[in-house]
Design a binder for this molecule. Structure first.
Ligand code: 13P
Length: 251
């Protein structure tokens, strides 16, 4: 089963509209003629429209960094899936560890957002990952399985075809400490096993599992050599076109 690699940039709470548009244009220039891989950018909400315009005609897909689950209504501070689509987004990051740990989003809320995203035809990039304490006490697999099963509740197999999973060990995010390729592969293989139980084998084989956590030009090639690592979700190194373009062009 061949899965097209996906390199995704999560810009988090960074960049003005002008900065975001300039960076997006430069990344779009760097991925001209790419056909064997996909690229996604997740700007802050304020820059979504400008980034959509800046990458028009390129292979780049645009994502929100979170999303509400209703079309519209009294949800102060939320952005709806329809609004995301309105400004050009086709994908959305959900369950990022910064949402889970800084903003106390739990699996129930993440599941609601995910089902909402799917219902409005957005492709979710569901992030899961263990903390350092959880890894050290040996509960990595248990934590990941719990997150996956709860976050994916009520997702129909027909919808799951579009799903992307991102394994982001919390201890590797923004710390400069990357999981080794062996550590990441072991977890990705485990995640695919859980997906096989939640859905079925053929579908699980087609779902892309990205690795995230201090991905850099120096480590992307070796991570991508692993059979179950289907791409990367990049934070810091996605904020500069030079480093992100190098990551996109992994070999
Ligand atoms: P860093 O690449 O900065 O470690 O961030 C990873 C991340 O959180 C991507 O979503």
């Amino acid at each position: 089963m061949s899965r097209k690699p996906l390199i995704a940039g999560n810009w988090k709470m960074n960049l003005t509209v002008a900065e975001a548009a300039a960076l997006a244009a430069s990344i779009a220039e760097g991925c001209r003629n790419l056909t064997d891989r996909e690229v996604m950018l997740a700007p802050p909400y304020t820059a979504l429209a400008a980034v959509t315009a800046a990458v028009k005609g390129s292979v780049i897909q645009i994502a929100g960094q979170n999303v509400g689950w209703e079309k519209e209504g009294a949800y102060t501070g939320e952005i709806s899936p329809v609004m995301l689509r309105d400004v050009g987004a086709t994908m959305v990051i959900l369950g990022h560890s910064e949402r889970r740990y800084i903003f106390a989003e739990d699996d129930e809320l993440i599941n609601r957002r995910l089902v909402g995203a799917l219902n409005f035809a957005l492709t979710p990039v569901l992030c899961i990952g263990e903390t350092l304490d959880e890894r050290e006490e040996g509960s990595t697999f248990k934590v990941l399985e719990r997150q996956l099963r709860r976050d994916l509740e009520d997702v129909r197999p027909g919808q799951a075809e579009r799903l992307v999973i991102a394994y982001e060990p919390v201890w590797a995010i923004g710390t400069g400490k990357t999981a080794t390729r062996e550590q990441a592969q072991e977890v990705h293989y485990f995640i695919r096993g859980v997906l096989t139980e939640v859905f079925e084998k053929k579908l699980a084989q087609s779902i892309r599992i990205l690795y995230g956590g201090s991905v850099k030009p120096e480590n992307i090639d070796s991570l991508m050599a692993e059979p179950d690592i289907d791409g990367a979700l990049v934070g810091g190194a996605a904020l500069k076109s030079e480093s992100f373009n190098r990551i996109i062009h992994f070999s």
